[in-house]
Design a protein around this ligand. Structure first.
Ligand code: DAH
Length: 335
């Protein structure tokens, strides 16, 4: 038998433990430990209930009430704490998973074509619409295609080491796209109607208007009955398409070994005073036609060579060729 007073003592002991533990409940884990210790099936309160069997029947009602009060108190502590701790756990989680929507996003810039590529492709598309094909040739050329076949004599200054990058005695980095004319005519019977865009190399010291690497577009049209008038028409059509309708064009005499006659092409912007030199052109020299096995009595042709950088500089008001090769995004992203 257990005296009621002893049970009361044990109950108040558990109550003290309960209050002490309550102070230490700081998260859901310690709350669960609390629940097992006091309210679990083998917990301290269940242990006290087991003593009921040993209580004097006269005291049972009192004992039962005391035990139930204890249990209710423990349950209340548990419920209140559970709600509080769950809320603060949720707060902590929200805080830790917080996304700062005011931060700038990660910027992935999209690349785009370099201005020179854009201009080259635009020139290509203008001539493709006029019925020309696009042809290409090697950047490492031989002397024959670069000079001899183009009627450039051995003592011509362009042949000088000083002007051209030689790889060995007869191989060089092409200083112009004109050798592509020869390569195409060697492979094709007339009529030939092509443009040849590509990279060229010269021993130029870099300055605002010179670069050892630059780009040209060559044009060649060979067929029966072509004259300077046809050249003039094609040039004018190109200038109007590329620069604008109001532009004027003027041809003046010049000399290139591979054309006869040779002309210098000038254009003038609407309202402007100055004529700007934009390219060299001419009627293909009969010697060139003969070199590729064409009969100059049967076919005639015309050609031109323009600098892509120069076209871009004139159109966009760029005054220094070095910006094309400077790899500076402040320039590149403007176009
Ligand atoms: N090849 C010449 C140069 O680089 C440009 C040129 C002039 C090409 C007249 C031509 C032409 O086809 O007819 O300076």
């Amino acid at each position: 038998m257990i005296e009621l007073t002893e049970l009361q003592e044990r109950i108040s002991h558990v109550k003290e433990e309960l209050s002490a533990q309550t102070l230490r409940l700081e998260d859901l884990d310690s709350l669960e430990a609390f629940r097992i210790e006091f309210l679990g099936r083998k917990g301290k309160i269940a242990d006290l209930f087991k003593l009921m069997g040993q209580i004097d029947p006269a005291d049972k009602a009192t004992a039962g009430k005391l035990l139930n009060d204890l249990k209710r108190e423990a349950n209340e502590i548990f419920d209140i704490r559970k709600e509080k701790l769950s809320l603060s756990a949720l707060d902590a989680r929200i805080e830790s998973e917080r996304i700062d929507l005011t931060l700038p996003g990660v910027y992935h810039p999209l690349g785009h074509k370099h201005l020179l590529t854009q201009v080259q492709q635009e020139i290509e598309s203008i001539f493709l619409r006029m019925g020309f094909d696009v042809a290409t040739g090697p950047e490492i050329e031989d002397e024959y295609h670069n000079f001899e076949a183009l009627n450039i004599p051995a003592d011509h200054p362009a042949r000088d080491d000083w002007d051209t990058f030689y790889i060995d005695d007869t191989t060089l980095l092409r200083p112009h796209t004109s050798p592509v004319q020869i390569r195409v005519m060697e492979q094709t019977d007339p009529p030939v109607r092509i443009i040849c865009p590509g990279r060229c190399y010269r021993r130029d010291t870099q300055d605002a208007t010179h670069s050892p690497v630059f780009h040209q577009v060559e044009l060649l049209w060979v067929e029966e009955g072509l004259s300077l008038a046809n050249l003039k028409y094609v040039l004018e059509a190109f200038i109007h398409e590329f620069f604008g309708e109001g532009y004027e064009m003027r041809l003046s005499g010049d000399f290139f070994p591979f054309t006869e006659p040779s002309v210098q092409v000038h254009m003038r912007a609407p309202g402007a005073e100055d004529w700007l030199e934009i390219m060299g052109a001419g009627m293909v020299d009969p010697a060139v036609l003969t070199n590729v096995g064409y009969d100059p009595d049967k076919v005639t042709g015309f050609a031109f060579g323009l600098g892509i950088e120069r076209m871009a500089m004139l159109r966009y008001g760029i005054d220094d060729i070095r910006v094309f090769f400077g790899n500076d995004l402040r320039f590149i992203t403007q176009f």
